[in-house]
Design a protein around this ligand. Structure first.
Ligand code: ATP
Length: 125
């Protein structure tokens, strides 16, 4: 198989993984929804591009963590469906990583949107 064909095939597998995660993981669906709203808000509030970039990378960061979390969950479920303390550790640690990433994104959200939103509210009153 040609090198390009091999490359395109692994690219396809990666896209399949992303689509699987969006279709099956409620948290990923929430991340996608929040991401869409945040980018829409950035556009409508005319947020400076450096801040939009910060928002964009924070969203990407959380989504990447969710993909890794889903991969770990699937691997653990493949190894055992029985209760196992190490299975619990693996899943809880992976979920903890997503939680920290989401907390970071919330902090960025406040930093970027709080003042512009307050200004809009002040102008309305
Ligand atoms: N085989 C197992 N052995 C021990 N504990 C487990 C096992 N499977 C799941 N758990 C515990 O249950 C929790 C939830 O696991 P589950 O596989 O249902 O993830 P989930 O609720 O689908 O997570 P998410 O909402 O992130 O997709 C884990 O974080 C872990 O504490």
């Amino acid at each position: 198989m040609g090198e390009l064909k091999r490359l395109l095939r692994s690219f396809g597998h990666a896209i399949e993984g992303i689509i699987y995660t969006i279709k099956t993981q409620r948290n990923m669906q929430i991340h996608v929804g929040v991401a869409f709203l945040a980018l829409l808000l950035s556009w409508s509030l005319e947020i400076p591009w450096k801040h939009v970039l910060l928002v964009f990378f924070s969203i990407l960061f959380v989504m990447i963590l969710e993909l890794v979390n889903t991969a770990i969950e699937a691997t653990v479920d493949l190894i055992t469906v029985e209760f196992h303390p190490l299975a619990k550790v693996a899943k809880d640690v992976a979920a903890g990583a997503v939680l920290l990433g989401a907390a970071w994104a919330v902090v960025v959200g406040f930093y970027v949107f709080f003042e512009p939103l307050m200004n809009v509210l002040r102008n309305l009153i």
